[in-house]
Every structure is written in C-alpha cells, then in structure tokens.
Design a protein around this ligand. Structure first.
Ligand SMILES: [Zn+2]
Length: 424
C-alpha cells in the first residue's frame, strides 16, 4: 500500500503513514493536505516524532527511473513504504533541439552567405547532452523533494550494470557461472552488454537469451567469459553440442564476426554510462551516505524474492540493502511524467522555420497556467481531475485520465499548481 507522506507542523518530515490513518487525521482536523501529488499531509499540532532509518533507492534508466523508499523497521524488517516511476522526456528534448538546428541551418543557408563558423566551441569537462543532463536533473529534483518530505537517511543507486572488480579481469579468469551466486548475475549482465542484448546467431532481440559456449565444453571449450555468448532458445537448441564452426559453416561472415567479438574484451564498460556517474556525483553532493550496487546484484535480489520486473521493484532491490525487501508486487507506484515548463521561444514558426506569429509573453490567464492540475466541474459532465492547457481566451483544455474537455475556467478549481510534472 502506497503510504501517505507526513510533515510535522514545522514542515519536518515524519514517517509516512497508512492512508487510513491519514484519512482519520484529516477527518478529525488534526492534519491538512499539504500536496496532492505525491499525497502529503501536514500535522497541525505535532512537532517531531520517531523515524526509522529510511533509504531512497534509485534505478536510473534511459526512459524511466525507478524510485523506492524502503524503511527499516526494528520488528518487521525492510518494508517498501513508497514508490514512484519517473518518466523522462529526453526524446522530446532531443527532437526540439534537432528541429531548432534544422530550422536555423535552413534559414541561414537560404538567406545570405555566412563564413564557416564551426569548431569554435568548447565544452566544459563532464558536459552531457541536454537530453541526458535532463535525466540527471529531473532525478535530482525528486531526490531533493523526497529529502524534504520524507525522513530519508541514506541513498542507494544502481551505478553500473556489472562489477568488473568482482569478476576480476573477466576475459582472463575462469568462470564458474553457477546460477544463484552473485558472480553468475554479474557475468550475465557483462555478456548482455558485450553482445548488445542480441542472439549471436540470429540477432533476435527482446527474447529470453541463454548463455552459450561458443566452443562447447565437451569439445574442450573453456568456461572463460571469452568463450561465452548469448543465444536465443531455438538457436541454442539447434546448435546443441556442435562447435560454432560446424554450426555456422554456411555463414562464414557471421562466424568471423563472432570470433572477433568474442576475443575483444569489453572496453571500460563502467564508463559507458555517463548519466549514472553524473547522477552518482550529484547524490554524493547531498551529504547523505550513498550505497552503490550493480545491475547483476539488483537482478539477483529481485529473482531471489521472485518479484516481477518493474522499474520501481528494481529500485527497491538495488545494492546490498536490496535483499529481503518486503513489498507487494501489485503495489501501485506514483507515475510521474516530466513535462517541462513550457518553452522560451516566443515566435511561432512555419514548417520552414520562418516566423508566422508571436506568442504572448504572459504565462498565465485567469489564474491558471498550463500544467496546473484541476478539478473540472463543467455542467452536464461528471466531475473529473486533469491537467489544464490554457489559451488566452476563456476556453481551456483539460486532459483527464480518459478524456479531453474544453472548459471555461469558471468551472475549474485548482488541485495543485503545475510543477513541471504530470502525475497518474
Ligand atoms: Zn537466435
């Protein structure tokens, strides 16, 4: 059950409480609603209270980042008390910048001669593309918010997919990749990265992949990672006990590619994921303890407890503290979608990038801004909650979970001011 976040009367965070308890407090007038999303109440007369050690756990992903708040209760052990999935808008940012670049290039190319000006920009070290930096920034926004609204005592993040330290040079050392050991999970993640999550023999993607010995054990092949690849189930069955040269005798090109790829060690795979490292530096800067985990360990923790694959569950299973976390697999996490705060550009462009009009400088109209969450009580339809998109005339568009309605603002009442995110 998603717990309700609780603040004391000085806005200091207390332990999140059960929704029934929150309803009781609200009914008795002992608390007021502080925020709707995430649902937070503020107590009217209480100051401070006992809190348990609480870890905010993060599983950063390219589209979705999982957030999980796990409290360590003395009697009941580690319990998930709150979870969310933060969807990023990296693709939208990338497209906006690509459009702008195309428009500028087109205008300049059309209009007049300009001397070449490229190669004259520098980037600070640690620079990330805006679409990537956005992922770090929005994640940090939520870390900081949860530090304000919940008694977070430490942080935990999945930093790398697999741990090369734990594997010690994986391409050289022998491998006993038994199921169940952490080592086996690290090897698996390593192979997924190395073989680009595809079947080596038919390039099948998004199918369950099994570990395959390129040169089979029975024919003297070794257990080293350099002799392992990933195969889909049908290919694995068809290859059976055969050597790769025998199996691919009709496809010498693929055979050569596999032989080359199997010998090439995965270069510095830890540095591949620049966003995760940037996020880690930001987390350390908060001053809280930051535990880091690997994808291999996350997967092991999750499968040992037989939880399904969800971003928020992965977050709860990150790192050493991710073992034995009690959670309900049917728990509904808060869905957070990064929406941005509108755009700075005032010109409306036609499809060639030339101005065809100008937007008003004002951002609000009749007390509303685009992005506010409102109740819509328009006559003749059921009252519903949604996100408002304003126009500079009294006809706004309200988008609810299952409908989109044009409404006069007089029928709208504010639930929560827009903060750059949409919630579900
Ligand atoms: Zn295959």
């Amino acid at each position: 059950m998603q717990r309700v976040l609780v603040l004391d009367k000085n806005r200091q965070p207390l332990m999140p409480c059960h929704p029934a308890r929150a309803r009781q407090l609200l009914r008795r007038g002992k608390a007021a609603v502080f925020r709707r999303f995430p649902f937070t109440i503020i107590l009217k007369d209480r100051e401070s209270g006992v809190t348990q050690p609480t870890v905010l756990k993060l599983d950063p992903g390219s589209n979705t980042t999982g957030l999980a708040l796990v409290a360590d209760f003395a009697r009941r052990g580690k319990v998930l008390v709150w979870a969310a999935e933060l969807r990023h808008r990296g693709a939208a940012i990338r497209k906006a910048l690509a459009d702008r670049r195309a428009h500028r290039r087109f205008r300049r190319f059309k209009l007049r001669y300009r001397p070449a000006r490229f190669n004259n920009r520098t980037r600070p070290s640690g620079w990330l593309a805006p679409s990537l930096q956005h992922r770090v920034d929005t994640t940090m926004t939520w870390v900081q918010r949860l530090m304000r609204w919940t008694p977070v005592t430490s942080l935990s993040q999945e930093l790398v997919r697999f741990d090369t330290q734990a594997m010690q040079n994986p391409e050289i050392s022998g491998v006993e990749y038994q199921q169940g050991t952490l080592f086996g999970y690290e090897v698996r993640e390593y192979l997924l990265e190395k073989w680009v999550r595809k079947c080596a023999y038919c390039d099948a993607e998004n199918v369950p992949l099994t570990i395959d010995h390129i040169h089979p054990r029975s024919k003297g092949g070794s257990n080293r990672v350099s002799n392992l690849t990933l195969a889909c189930f049908p290919c694995n069955q068809r290859k059976g006990n055969r050597d790769v040269a025998e199996f691919l005798d009709r496809d010498p090109k693929r055979l050569a590619r596999i032989e080359a790829q199997r010998r090439a060690p995965l270069q510095d795979a830890a540095a591949v994921n620049s966003i995760r490292w940037a996020l880690w530096r930001n987390l350390v800067a908060t001053g809280l303890d930051v535990e880091v985990g690997t994808g291999g360990r996350t997967k092991r923790n999750r499968s040992q407890q037989q939880y399904p694959k969800e971003h928020w569950i992965d977050a709860a299973c990150v790192g050493e503290s991710g073992a034995n976390v009690r959670l309900d697999p049917f728990h509904k996490p808060l869905a957070i979608q990064a929406m941005g705060h509108g755009e700075r550009q005032r010109a409306r462009l036609n499809r060639y990038g030339f101005p065809r009009g100008y937007k008003l400088r004002a951002r609000s109209y009749l007390g509303f801004r685009t992005g506010d969450v409102v109740f819509c009580a328009k006559p003749k339809i059921e009252v519903f909650a949604g996100r408002v998109a304003i126009r500079f005339r009294p006809s706004f568009v309200v988008t609810g979970a299952d409908r989109k309605v044009e409404s006069h603002p007089k029928y709208l009442s504010m639930i929560q001011k827009g903060d750059g995110y949409a919630y579900a």
